[in-house]
Each structure stands twice: as C-alpha cells, then as structure tokens.
Design a protein around this ligand. Sequence first.
Ligand SMILES: Nc1nc2c(c(=O)[nH]1)N[C@H]1C(S)=C(S)[C@@H](COP(=O)(O)OP(=O)(O)OC[C@H]3O[C@@H](n4cnc5c(=O)[nH]c(N)nc54)[C@H](O)[C@@H]3O)O[C@H]1N2
Ligand SMILES: Nc1nc2c(c(=O)[nH]1)N[C@H]1C(S)=C(S)[C@@H](COP(=O)(O)OP(=O)(O)OC[C@H]3O[C@@H](n4cnc5c(=O)[nH]c(N)nc54)[C@H](O)[C@@H]3O)O[C@H]1N2
Ligand SMILES: [Mo]
Length: 695
Amino acid sequence: MTIASAPDTAPDTVVRSACPHDCPDTCALLVTVRDGVAVSVRGDPDHPTTHGALCTKVSRYAERTYHPGRLLHPMRRIGPKGSGLFEPVSWDAALHGIAERLKAIAAREPQAVLPYSYGGTLGFVQGESMAARFFHKLGASLLDRTICATAGEAGLKAVIGGKLGMDVEQFENSRLILIWGSNSITSNLHFWTYAQRAKRAGAKLVCIDPWRNDTADKCHEHIQLRPGTDAALAYALMHELIVNDRLDHGYIASYTVGFEALRERALEWPPERAAEVCGVPVAQIRQLARDYGTLSPAAIRLNYGLQRVRGGANAVRAIACLPALVGAWRHDAGGLLLSSSNHFAANGAALERPDLLAERKPRTINMVTIGDDLLREGDSDFGPKIEAVIVYNSNPLAVAPEGAKVRQGFARDDLFTVVLDHFQTDTADYADYLLPATTQLEHVDVHKGYGHRYWLANNAAIAPLGEAKPNTEIFRLLAARMGFTDTCFSETDEQLAALAIAPDARNGSIAWSSLRTSGWAKLPGPAAPFAAGGFPTPSGQCEFWSQREADAGRDALPEIILPYECDATAPDLAARYPLAMISPPARNFLNSSFVNVDSLRKLEGEPLLLLHPVDAQRRGVEDGQMVRTFNDRGATLSRARLSTRTRPGQVVALGLWWRKLSPGGTNANQLTHQRLTDLGAGPCFYDCLVEVAAA
Ligand SMILES: Nc1nc2c(c(=O)[nH]1)N[C@H]1C(S)=C(S)[C@@H](COP(=O)(O)OP(=O)(O)OC[C@H]3O[C@@H](n4cnc5c(=O)[nH]c(N)nc54)[C@H](O)[C@@H]3O)O[C@H]1N2
Ligand SMILES: Nc1nc2c(c(=O)[nH]1)N[C@H]1C(S)=C(S)[C@@H](COP(=O)(O)OP(=O)(O)OC[C@H]3O[C@@H](n4cnc5c(=O)[nH]c(N)nc54)[C@H](O)[C@@H]3O)O[C@H]1N2
Ligand SMILES: [Mo]
C-alpha cells in the first residue's frame, strides 16, 4: 500500500463557491481543485435554482481566471494615458505612490477623490466593505450607484414598497407568464427553467420586448412595442381589466389605495390609444388583457431592460399596479418579480461604516454622469473638481453613457487614476496605477441573490495568482499607508463575511458560520409576500396612488413619460437621427466582462447591428456590410445584420464590447446620452436616436 503524499497524487477537493456576477441567478458553484489548480467550475446540482447548470460564460470561469491576460503584478503607467503602456512595480512602490498622491489631494480637499465601482462582483466582502470604509475615513465624494437598477427600484418602491416579489421557484406553477423587458434566456437563464416547466404544463408565455430576442422566439406571443412605451401598454391593460370587470374587488378593497383615481386615469387609455403610442396591434393588447384577467395564477417576470429610458421608473410603477388589480398576489405562483433584494437583511452599515465620516457630509456624484463630471471645473454648485478616481469592480470606459466624454475625462493629465481589476480593460488603459485583483476563485465572499431567495457562501478555492490581492486587502494596505488606524481596517475577510448577514428575522437562523460549509441557505418566509397585503409602503397597502410621490411634487399616479429621444418628444432630432437604438446584453458577455475570453468572444463573433431590411434598403446597406452608426455624440463601426427581429425604425446593438476589441475603437456607449430617468436618477441607455450608413 502506498500513501498518497506527493502533491501530484493528492485527491481532488471540491470547494463550495458562488457566482460573483451581476445577474439575477447568483448560482451555487462547485470548484474542483487538483494540486492547487482549479480544474473545473460546475453548478451545484443540489442547489434548487442552479440545478447543476451554468451559463456558457461562467462554465468558462476557470478559463477566465487562468487567462494569459490576467494582471499578476501592480503596474505603473509609462506611456500617455490610454496608450496602455505600463511597467511592473512592487506592491510597496505602488501603495506608496498611491498613498502619497491621495494624501496630498485629501489634505486640500478629500472630496476631490472619487470611488467608482459597480457590479464586477456582487459580493458583500469584495464589494463595498473595506473599500467603503476607506473612502468614508478619507471623506471622499460618495458615489450614487445608479447605472443599472435605480429607476426600477424607485418605481417598485412607490407601488409595493420595495424590491420584493414572487419566489422564482413558483413560476413553474403559473398559468400565464409575462416576460417583460427581459431576455431571460440571455440574462436570467435559471428563471427560464421554471418558465419552461410552466409552459410544458400548459401555461401561456408572452414576451414584451422591442425586438424578437431568443426568449421571444420561445414564447407563445411576442408584443413588439416601441422602446419606452411600456407604461402606455400597462394602462391599456388596466383599461381592459376595468371595462370588462376582470378585477379582484376584494383584494382591491382590502389591500390597495387609490383605485378610483387609477381607474379614472386608466379609462383615458383604451387599447386604440396605447396601440398608437406603442406601435402594436390593438387586437394584441386586447388579447393580452383578456389573458391577464382570466388565466390565474398570472405572473410577471419584469427585468431591468424596460427601465433604461426616460420614463423607466413610471413604467415599472404602472406595471406594478397590475397584480393587485387581479388579485394575483393571493397566489404563490402569481404576482410579479423584478428583484428579490429586500427579502434579505444585509448589514450594510456594519460593512461600510458610514460613521467613519464623522461630521463630514461629502457630496454625491451620480455614476451615470461620470463623463460630464470628470470634465467639470470645481464650482459652488458641483463642489471641487475631481482630481482622483479609484475604480474597482467596474469598467466605466465601456459601460458608462456618452463614451467620448468618459474617455476625455479619464484622459485628463491632471487626473490621478487607480484601477483595480483582473484585466487591462478599456478603463485600465487610463490608469496611473493598475492593481491586480483576485477573482472569485481566489478570495472569500458572501452573496445574496436578487432573482432568488438564497444566501450563498464563496470559499476561496485556490491561492491568489501572481501577486494579485483581494479588493479588501488592497484597501487594508492603502488604509495603513494613509495612517488610518481604526481597528475596523484590520478585520479579516472572514469577519466581514460574518458581518454581512444581519441577525434579523428575515434571515431566519442563517449565519456565516454554517453557510460557509453548507454553501447556500434559503430565506424563511412565505412564497407569496402579499397574499394578505402587508406592503412595506407608508400606508401598508399597494399604492396605486402615492402620497409620497404627491408630496415630492410629482404625479401621485403612475405617469406615461415618453423617451427623451423619439419622434413625439424630439421631432427635429428624429428627423436627423430616425432610428431608435437599443443595446441590450449579448448572451456570452456579462456587461463588459468576458469580452476578452477568446472562446466566448468567438461565440459572439464581432459587434453586430441588427437593422430591419426596410431601413437597410433605404440606406443601401446590405447584410454583412460594415456600417457606421452615429449621432451628435459619436460613432461606432459594426457589421450589419439585416433582420426582421427588430422593428422598422429600430436598431439593436448587442453589447457590451470592449472599445479596444471593436473595429472602430468605440462601443454602443459612444452613442448613448447622460440624461437621467424620471425617478431614481438612472441611465437611459435604450433611449437613444441614431442614423446608420454604409461604412
Ligand atoms: N448574458 C448576460 N446576462 C446578464 C447580463 C449580461 O450582460 N449578459 N447583465 C446582467 C445585468 S447587469 C442585469 S441588470 C440583468 C438584467 O439585464 P437586462 O438589462 O434587463 O437585460 P435583459 O434581461 O437582456 O433585458 C433586456 C431586454 O429588454 C428589452 N428592452 C429594451 N428596451 C425596452 C423597453 O423600453 N421596453 C421593454 N419592454 N423592453 C425593453 C431589450 O430588448 C432586451 O431584450 O441581467 C444580468 N444578466
Ligand atoms: N449601452 C449599454 N450600457 C450599459 C448596459 C446596457 O445594457 N447597454 N448595461 C448597464 C448595466 S445593467 C450595468 S449593471 C453596467 C455594468 O457595469 P460594470 O459593473 O462596470 O460591469 P462590467 O462591465 O462587467 O465590469 C466589471 C469589471 O469589474 C472587474 N471585476 C470583477 N470582479 C472583480 C473583483 O473582485 N475585483 C476587482 N477589482 N475587479 C473585479 C471585471 O474584470 C470588470 O472589468 O453597465 C451598464 N451599461
Ligand atoms: Mo445591471
């Protein structure tokens, strides 16, 4: 008998981890490690919503981690900003250089320093924990993290009180599912499993989306409305429910406020009127209303696609009224799901320590307007000019709107920029210091879902590659260099993970100590959160009519607000730029992550522009030809794909490509603008007029 002691004969170990990405599915992962190397990343077959299946992207997570382009050493810029020329330096030199510069700026004005971060990881530990402590202690500007979901959040909050809703696992029992503003097969694959089960059991599936995406193909019905017109459609549905008396009067009387006012408004929106605005057949709206009023339980899977327009929050508000009208909330498999975030109790204050601000009240910068804000001089309105940006978990050069200005801002010679990332992204090219961060396989974290109700643990599977360090450790070391001595800067990642899960009835008995071994645990609580009312609104009711909105000087009812950029609101602009562009996610990328993974980029091919044959013919564009898409803000190059999947007058640019991996050196965000949504101060990525010409 031989004893296996040599490393090459050591048995494989399987580590429980969690997908870090910004996606509603937040899958439970099993990482197989052999001799210190992660050899496979699988979905946990026992975790109900993961059910052993991963999306193509994350099944390549090991390929991403061991990618030859991984940043393995701290780097200092040696060429002009944007050139991408760096030299490796020691951690000591990098930390020293950064701390000296930040100290000098902060001694004059700490608010001149800006953190910039978003969803590279949704972990509580590697997200806003040590990083937030660092910036709070410094007194840096605060960042309003609006780039994805704040409009939808504001809309939901107004009506149902928060990011609460159906349990995704219940959709399999629904009889009607409206997939609204979501390409689920692309961006919420594990929900789609439940939708398919429902379909097999006889449910009707309807997709409401401006283009016929993968998901629409597999639904019974596709309502192909114009972008930004969802509130009008929702009101027409209400109109039909009311005039045909397909209402749950009992639910309305017991658990809602403002029905009379809503009714009056809805009666102004017969399907004929909405059909004009939305550009869809009247009969289709009537049929949808009939289905919604008669098939029970009726479920709505809303996603964030429809709130990236001027009226995005109010569109969500209008849609959020529907389940209460028909009493869908009474059923486990009825109601609506946009986000399940507020089912969880996370201890944000303990992690982020806003108390470190003491008496200081720094200004807040909206991350959507980073383009403009980096170009602003200091003034009494804006406050001090931004002199330093620390970017982590984000790639603003690719993801933020009006890319030309974002680039120009980051190209400022007098801006000090530090980027923490896994790769030399578009943003990294503009860094003064580029710091190598660990991936999910190399660090500890704790996650909640926003499309399901599980807490998940991420144990480190392998040692950090090269000299990479977790975000937390980088901020710990920087804090020490800055002379921050508070004990909170020496807390370990395990301690942070334990803090994240608040001791709160919403979490039941879930705690880090057991989660790290079990891998995942489901929140307690009923499937149907509002079966008997109990909305966390000021009135405790579903608020069709919102006193809070009225007090803020806004419409107390959901409002129909058309896009900034469309025929009806901007006819002159529409005459020059007649095509509405939407730029939703490509299946094999995750925002701008994974674009540099060769096998996934090959699957996507190259930047494409879907153009309706009628529009193509008018412009003399043929299928497969390179085209220039442009407006006053800039231009992109992509390959035209003639397709009836899009509407006439509308183009689809699947994203989000890295600028430097795109033929014209720009991506769809070269065309988008920085104006904000009606509520929630979110971005309007899908509210964008362009023109197209053969390149
Ligand atoms: N593969 C993949 N998965 C992802 C992402 C990714 O980039 N790639 N991104 C992740 C992130 S950050 C998020 S926030 C989530 C959610 O991601 P979302 O941004 O919601 O993306 P989708 O679910 O693809 O839904 C977008 C859909 O909304 C449609 N849409 C655009 N404008 C309108 C409109 O005005 N009305 C309606 N009804 N529909 C409209 C688009 O055509 C598209 O099909 O997905 C996550 N999952
Ligand atoms: N035109 C258009 N623009 C969009 C969208 C769209 O649909 N159309 N979608 C918008 C949406 S929904 C969102 S959420 C935003 C997303 O914007 P971002 O949150 O910026 O998302 P990513 O592009 O994935 O960039 C995340 C970066 O974080 C890095 N990263 C990952 N993990 C770690 C880590 O542990 N440490 C560090 N330091 N870095 C890490 C990744 O390598 C990657 O470079 O983009 C928005 N922009
Ligand atoms: Mo997002």
